[in-house]
Design a protein around this ligand. Structure first.
Ligand code: NDP
Length: 252
């Protein structure tokens, strides 16, 4: 299938590691130029830029702390001006702090909501305004979790709430911007082998494996392939959807 992505321009939040990194590389394989956002992992982001360039695409690493609202806006503006335009926004950055409900400090609750949900609103709003000014369509893909539907089972109530917010925001935005030729979708992940889950998988591997009917934890590359399809032209009739890429952990 031809994804028709060659020479498109994408910005990916949290692109320095894990799922975001894999999505950046998979898009570059299809000829997409990528602005890779990072917060702390500057070396990893620069290394990724080199790998994308080696695939013949343009790439830029852009530092932005998405807990900060000004950074969320300036990230998209900088990506737009560096790449000349934008076609794709992948809201992937996320944090997964752990605390039982009685112990969650308000600061941790607020930061989780800021990084996982408020930044998705702000980057999307900025992206949509840019596309409206340029009178062109585009694609937004938001990375969410099975926890948005199941709630947390292991002390991540704030995380689950933030990811449920992403699902609802995806639907609302999709409905509003459909007439502008902008598709907005989400991808719900189960367990993916990244830094985020390393410790949990080490401590409770059997617990997690028992919840995955396909019997294996996802690789970031599994998610990257599905994500690439979702921001491609052949997926243009999908909008407002949350696609479950959980190995069956989430069935609904
Ligand atoms: P990782 O912890 O491996 O990577 C997180 C990425 O997000 C890094 O690139 C990191 O950047 C970035 N990031 C974190 N905080 C900020 C911030 N304040 N500002 C900007 N960037 C930030 O996570 P995963 O790759 O596993 O997760 C990717 C997405 O998938 C997240 O939204 C997560 O919630 C979701 N998900 C993951 C699951 C899993 O099993 N792994 C399951 C369900 C959902 P840096 O290193 O530069 O600071």
């Amino acid at each position: 299938m031809d994804f028709n992505l060659k020479n498109k321009n994408a910005v990916i939040t949290g692109g320095s590691r894990g799922v975001g990194r894999a999505i950046a590389l998979e898009l570059a394989k299809e000829g997409v130029n990528v602005a890779v956002n990072y917060n702390k992992s500057a070396d990893a982001a620069q290394q990724l830029v080199k790998e994308i360039e080696a695939r013949g695409c343009k790439a830029y690493a852009i530092q932005a702390d998405l807990a900060n609202s000004e950074d969320s806006v300036s990230l998209v503006e900088e990506a737009y001006s560096k790449l000349g335009t934008l076609d794709i926004l992948v809201n992937n950055a996320g944090i997964w702090p752990s605390n039982w409900i009685q112990d969650i400090p308000l600061t941790e609750w607020n930061k989780t909501l800021e990084v996982n949900l408020t930044s998705v609103f702000l980057t999307s709003q900025t992206f949509i305004k840019k596309l409206m000014a340029a009178k062109k369509g585009g694609k937004i893909l938001n990375v969410t979790s099975q926890a948005a539907f199941h709630g947390s089972t292991t002390g991540h109530a704030h995380y689950a709430a933030s990811k449920a917010g992403v699902v609802s925001l995806t639907v609302s935005m999709a409905r509003e911007v459909a007439k502008l030729g902008i598709n907005v979708n989400a991808i719900a992940l189960g367990i993916v082998e990244t830094d985020m889950t390393k410790q949990a998988l080490h401590d409770k591997q059997e617990y997690y494996m028992n919840r995955i009917p396909l019997g294996r934890v996802a690789k970031p590359e599994d998610i990257a392939k599905i994500s690439t399809f979702l921001v491609s032209e052949p997926a243009s009739y999908i909008t407002g959807a949350t696609i479950d890429a959980t190995g069956g952990m989430l069935m609904r």
